[in-house]
Design a protein. Structure first.
Length: 442
């Protein structure tokens, strides 16, 4: 039985890779207007990023790129071999948004983590009467403000990359940092955090359990601040700033986005904060001319479960027989953020699920075809255009949501989300597995 013949619930519960089209997707301005935040909130977050540039430049050697603070390149690439059936008439242009190279944390989490920590620090200096330092971040190295930061602890729970982002930035600014790491977290990420003197609390439970315990621990300490990956507006808006950056990068490359030139974006999804923020931001910028698809591991498809069921509180993937076990540690989340699910419900076009074999093969292909070294989670986006262009569901979506002839003028952005700090020995292990899978597929 093929995926096309399966009911989506059978495919989801059976761990079968497939493309799910969101029945609640609304290609109209009202879908964005109903959200709790606006473009003004994203622009405020962008101003905070810009104001922090000089400070971050003094703390990290790799913060600035192409005139922006905390940004990655947008790279034009050829279509992967075999993904486009009619090579004489390709379906537009393919790009890779290289957030696996994002400065400081080496992942997409750098934007959200930076924005959250900077916003908290800004709030703190204002609350304690350092008005001069409220917007002039250069004073944050002064002894009085450093003493203030040293008295406070920033707490976060993570499978790895958000912990790296928040922990590295918090410690660099002078805060104490406590990172609750779930069972999925890799040892090398823990060691990198220990190297910057962050405190690591290891858990035998999954990501959702680590978040619960971390939140409760922070609530018991009046000088602790919890970075809540499930419910944080500051994280969400920090991620949304990526849409403004992508808009500028596309404009520099003379790429138009309108009804005749649609934009398709493929983003890996775990709990939902980073892809949700990007999806929200892209719809603020491009409206109905952008089509955002999330990607999740077949065994950790928590956002698909949340959006397809439409319940007030998302269920855990364990409830439908999935085991939340995947090589993609950054996407190993059993329950989606209810906050994000509610926001993206009318915005995301669909979600496709990928097996570990697909992830590992994509990891190999990203290196083989383009020279990019990423971690397994970051490889999920590469399958997006394949699901869209070469499945019945994808053909149906294109027929119902794009104008005739516009596909040839479309642009497709694969978002890679992490990998810059992945140890070489671990990467080579994943790469060799991916190569073997690719060899067997030929």
């Amino acid at each position: 039985m093929t995926v096309a013949q399966l009911d989506y619930k059978q495919a989801l519960g059976g761990g079968v890779p497939f493309l799910w089209l969101n029945p609640n997707h609304r290609r109209c301005p009202g879908a964005v207007a109903e959200a709790r935040w606006t473009m003004a909130d994203i622009e405020a977050a962008e101003r905070r990023f810009q104001a922090s540039g000089k400070l971050l430049g003094s703390l990290f050697s790799d913060t600035c790129l192409d005139g922006d603070v905390i940004e990655s390149v947008l790279q034009a690439v050829d279509w992967p071999a075999g993904q486009v059936q009619d090579t004489a008439s390709p379906p537009g242009h393919l790009w890779i948004k290289c957030d696996h190279q994002l400065p400081i944390a080496g992942s997409i989490k750098a934007r959200g983590g930076l924005h959250e920590v900077i916003a908290f620090a800004e709030e703190l200096v204002s609350t304690y009467g350092f008005e001069q330092s409220h917007r002039d971040f250069s004073h944050w190295s002064d002894s009085e403000i450093q003493s203030l930061f040293n008295e406070h602890t920033i707490v976060v729970a993570s499978t790895g990359n958000l912990g790296l982002s928040v922990g590295l930035i918090a410690k660099a600014l002078g805060f104490k940092a406590v990172v609750h790491m779930s069972v999925e977290a890799k040892s090398w990420k823990k060691e990198k955090l220990r190297g910057c003197r962050a405190i690591i609390v290891e858990h035998d439970g999954d990501y959702t359990e680590a978040v619960r315990i971390g939140r409760e621990a922070a609530e018991r300490d009046p000088k602790s601040y919890f970075v809540d990956d499930e419910n944080s507006p500051r994280l969400f808006l920090g991620y949304a700033v990526a849409a403004l950056r992508l808009q500028r990068q596309l404009a520099r490359n003379k790429v138009r986005v309108d009804r005749q030139n649609p934009l398709f974006v493929y983003v890996p999804c775990g709990v939902g904060g980073a892809p949700g923020g990007i999806c929200f931001g892209l719809h603020q910028v491009f409206g109905e001319n952008v089509h955002v698809f999330f990607s999740e591991p077949t065994q950790s498809a928590c956002m698909l479960l949340a959006l397809s069921e439409g319940e007030a509180g998302p269920r855990a993937v364990y409830d439908i027989g999935l085991d939340n076990t995947t090589v993609a540690d950054g996407l190993a989340v059993s329950r989606a953020s209810a906050m994000v699910a509610n926001i993206v419900k009318p915005l995301v076009s669909g979600i496709y699920t990928v097996s570990d074999e697909i992830l590992l093969r994509n990891l190999y292909l990203l290196k083989h075809e383009y020279g990019f070294s990423v971690e397994p989670s970051a490889a999920a986006g590469l399958s997006g255009s394949d699901f869209l262009l070469n499945t019945d569901a994808g053909s149906r979506y294109l027929k119902e949501n794009t104008r005739p002839g516009s596909l040839a003028r479309s642009n497709h952005v694969v978002w890679t989300t992490g990998g810059m700090h992945l140890p070489r020995v671990e990467y080579e292990h994943y790469w060799s597995l991916g190569r073997a899978i690719d060899d067997n597929a030929i």
